[in-house]
Design a protein around this ligand. Sequence first.
Ligand SMILES: Nc1ncnc2c1ncn2[C@@H]1O[C@H](COP(=O)(O)OP(=O)(O)OP(=O)(O)O)[C@@H](O)[C@H]1O
Ligand SMILES: NCC(=O)N[C@@H]1O[C@H](COP(=O)([O-])[O-])[C@@H](O)[C@H]1O
Ligand SMILES: [Mg+2]
Length: 393
Amino acid sequence: MYGSPLSNAARKIMLLGSGELGKEVVIEAQRLGVETIAVDRYAGAPAMQVAHRSHVIDMLDPDQLRRIILEEKPDLIVPEIEAIATVALVELEREGFKVIPTARAARLTMDREGIRRLAAETLRLPTAPYRFADTLEELQSAVEELGTPCVIKPIMSSSGKGQSVCHSQAEIASCWNYAMEGGRAKKKRVIVEGFVNFRSEITLLTVRSVSGTVFCEPIGHVQKDGDYIESWQPHQMSQQDKEQAEAIAKSITEALGGYGIYGVELFLTDDGVLFSEVSPRPHDTGMVTMVTQDLSEFALHVRAILGFPVPSVKLLTPGASHTLKAAKEHRNFRIGGFEEALSLPNTQVRVFGKPDTKKGRRMAVALSHADDTDSARELARRAAESLHITYEN
Ligand SMILES: Nc1ncnc2c1ncn2[C@@H]1O[C@H](COP(=O)(O)OP(=O)(O)OP(=O)(O)O)[C@@H](O)[C@H]1O
Ligand SMILES: NCC(=O)N[C@@H]1O[C@H](COP(=O)([O-])[O-])[C@@H](O)[C@H]1O
Ligand SMILES: [Mg+2]
């Protein structure tokens, strides 16, 4: 039971991170009459454009984070990105605030070390072999132990930022420098992972709610330079792989606890399913659910975090998503090609409305559905390729 947004009895959620995923969370929350507050490091972020109000702060600064939360007193604090001062969230949770799914889950998934150690060492889930390194020298010995090729990532980054594949000893220093530039926090630590020759990779969206745990159909995806380019649902996999994937997802989401949607990232290999990482929030590859499911991943997240039932999720049709990325940094740009993209059947476009471009920054996504995933992928690809960004002076 709650009142209207902006009234004394309103139910208020505060998003920490206001990108394209948060924008859809805000829209779904507003459909249920919830008051929404969007926070991010820059003004005009996508979710800010649809929320009731917004704040610009350095979310990695615990004092700024605490100040804004005490000022707004939200009923739910909803992390939307990893890079947040999660120490502040742990304290605020102790003081009675509700963090989604839990402050501990936000803290563990904020850096790759926390979640990897929980998955591989505590829960004994299968993962790629890994090492951590704080200096170039430590990285050299880690690469020697794991062998090449291996993947080097800052422990705090997302969407592939600072991530590279190291093919030989000669590349170690440049991988180290790349990771130092791409990491979001001041920490210098990196994770080195053995390169997994996977057949395919999937995201298994897993919803934890008052109704228990529900799995969405697996989402297959293709990544380039550590960032997603296209995704489709359902991804065809053997019954055995599916059962193993669900067992891994159940184990890691149970260990993290709380309510909400989780994006469990898994590699499908000839030797079984490997855990890669997990987002305790909607997943970028899951944007496809906006055209495939009765409830999108955003609608599911909002229902679950509000404490409402999620008895089931239905896949209505096969579908696919394909991203539009910017080629360079620019402030003055236009996106065009809608007429061509939208002339394709069963196709929609979401433009995020980000105020500026950066090289590789995701600006929009094309979504298509069809009778089978191959046809849906083809439609979404053609739609995304019809869209284009022009840069003006
Ligand atoms: N050990 C590995 N072996 C082979 N490929 C890998 C490995 N680790 C990561 N990758 C590839 O890089 C992609 C991105 O890696 P990862 O998910 O760890 O990065 P990320 O920055 O957290 O990305 P996101 O925020 O988009 O989830 C993976 O989806 C996979 O395609
Ligand atoms: N893989 C995580 C992911 O896709 N996160 C999404 O990207 C936004 C940041 O985009 P930006 O870097 O373009 O500002 C985040 O706010 C979130 O919506
Ligand atoms: Mg990932």
